[in-house]
Every structure is written in structure tokens, then in C-alpha cells.
Design a protein around this ligand. Sequence first.
Ligand code: SF4
Length: 85
Amino acid sequence: MHVEEIRWLRRGACRSSDPELFFPLAPTPAQEARAKAVCAGCQVLRECRDYALRAGEAEGIWGGLTPEERRRSRFPEGWRRPAAS
Ligand code: SF4
């Protein structure tokens, strides 16, 4: 990750939040909901989400999405099915 690429992170609403909320050792639905609530009011949500999807960030909440939600976004259901011939 290049610093230039995430310069927008300085304006992120999570800057003043507990990092454990966004990168928990043991994620729970309640923790994810609290982190997403912070993201919902963040002025750089779009940049953050685009970056995380592009970079393939595998851990933590980025742009209001969990790792699983990012995986699903990058690889929609059915993407492995063979094309109809
Ligand atoms: S969208 Fe969420 S994770 Fe990204 S910078 Fe904003 S508050 Fe932080």
C-alpha cells in the first residue's frame, strides 16, 4: 500500500475511533454494526470502499463493508459456474 494511495484516510471518521472496532480479533455482529455506523457518516466512504476492493484488503471494515461483503462484491454468486454453451 502506498501512502499516496490512502491519503484520504486522514479525513476518515474512524480516525477518532478505537481501532479494535474496525480490526477486531473476534468480530461480532454488534461490533460490525457499530463500525458500519461510523462509516455511514464518513466523508471518504467512497474512496475507502473503492480502495479496499481494488487492493483486496482481506481484514477489517473498510468503506462500510466487512471482509465477507467485499469478497461477495468482487466475486458475485455464481461467478465460478461454467458459461452455458
Ligand atoms: S469509510 Fe469507514 S473505514 Fe473508511 S475511512 Fe471512513 S470511517 Fe474509516
